[in-house]
Ligand binder design. Structure first.
Ligand SMILES: O=C(O)CCC(=O)C(=O)O
Ligand SMILES: [Fe+2]
Length: 308
């Protein structure tokens, strides 16, 4: 167990890295888990994300899918969402850029074999009691109930620096990143010095676990103090990925979820129609200039660059 140490020497007791966690503590084969994950099919970019009563439809949602795009940009990663207690409703992890349209992508972990293996082994591990689990598992709600798998297809895929959006997290719970596939850089930087260089930048091998406490009432949790990310690499890097386990407290009944998706879709259609109407009124040339000017405003460029 290696604690994260800030540049000023402060040791964060609630952020730590455990190499070979999957192999040593969960008795699982990281390569096998990743192979199984990779063999799952992807949803087409224009396909509607289907809802199923039992949550048995499992597909990768690619970064070009409109429900995953962020401010019109393709995300440089693909994802699978799954959870426990599916029938009760969707466990919502509202990350930055979250859209109602992605809700139905969350499936029941029972139907995602490689993630189920990890989830079951994690439950056993936490209930057994070890130095690591005693640190994390303080209350029943501290058992993980939500899992997102991510794949970075090559060195150009990434996730920008961020703290996990923690409003939907159980108070004082940890999130856990388990690295898979090709060893790849994982970085931390200080959250209050956004432009600062990372103080931690290491190639993490498959099976490595990163534990980070989040959403403490006094705001001193590691997730609020540091940001993490998987940067783009300048040398070749084969396919890699992760499974992130979280403790989510927000449950949205599936009926409400479908209503919200419908409403959001209508709003989107109205917006598109309005834009079309405006285009028809103005001259085409003027409109084109206008659009280009808007896109070129420096603050918009900054936002686009920031989009992760
Ligand atoms: O894939 C990883 O290593 C990190 C993923 C992550 O930070 C996230 O999805 O919030
Ligand atoms: Fe994250």
């Amino acid at each position: 167990m290696k604690f994260l140490t800030l540049p000023d020497g402060t040791v964060l007791e609630d952020a730590f890295i455990v190499e070979n966690f999957l192999q040593q503590y969960l008795q699982l084969d990281a390569n096998k888990i990743f192979e199984e994950l990779k063999s799952i099919g992807s949803l087409g970019e224009t396909e509607v994300i289907p809802f199923s009563e039992n949550g048995e439809i499992v597909k990768w949602v690619t970064g070009g899918h409109s429900a995953l795009k962020f401010r019109g940009n393709n995300l440089k990663r693909r994802k699978i969402w799954c959870q426990k207690n599916y029938k009760k409703g969707m466990l919502k992890y509202g990350y930055t850029g979250w859209q109602h349209a992605i809700s139905n992508a969350t499936c029941d972990v029972q139907y995602v074999r490689p993630i189920l293996k990890v989830a079951s082994a994690l439950d056993t591990f936490f209930l057994e009691g070890t130095e690591i689990s005693d640190k994390i598992f303080k209350r029943e709600e501290h058992l993980f109930n939500h899992y997102i798998a991510t794949i970075y297809d090559d060195e150009t895929y990434k996730i920008g620096f961020h703290s996990d959006k923690q409003t939907n997290f159980v108070e004082d719970s940890y999130f856990l990143v388990i690295k898979l596939g090709e060893a790849r850089k994982f970085e931390f930087r200080l959250a209050d010095q956004k432009k600062s260089k990372p103080f931690f930048s290491e190639n993490l091998s498959p099976g490595t676990a990163i534990f980070v406490r989040a959403h403490s009432s006094d705001g001193t949790d590691a997730n609020s103090r540091v940001q993490h990310g998987v940067p783009e690499m300048n040398q070749k890097c084969k396919i890699s990925g992760s499974i992130v386990a979280r403790c989510i407290k927000t449950v949205v009944p599936w009926k409400t979820v479908q209503k919200n998706i419908g409403r959001a879709q209508k709003t989107r259609e109205r917006r598109i129609q309005r834009t079309r109407g405006e285009k028809e009124i103005g001259s085409v040339g003027e409109e084109a200039d206008l659009v280009q000017n808007i896109v070129r405003l420096p603050e918009d460029q900054a936002k686009l660059t920031k989009a992760r």
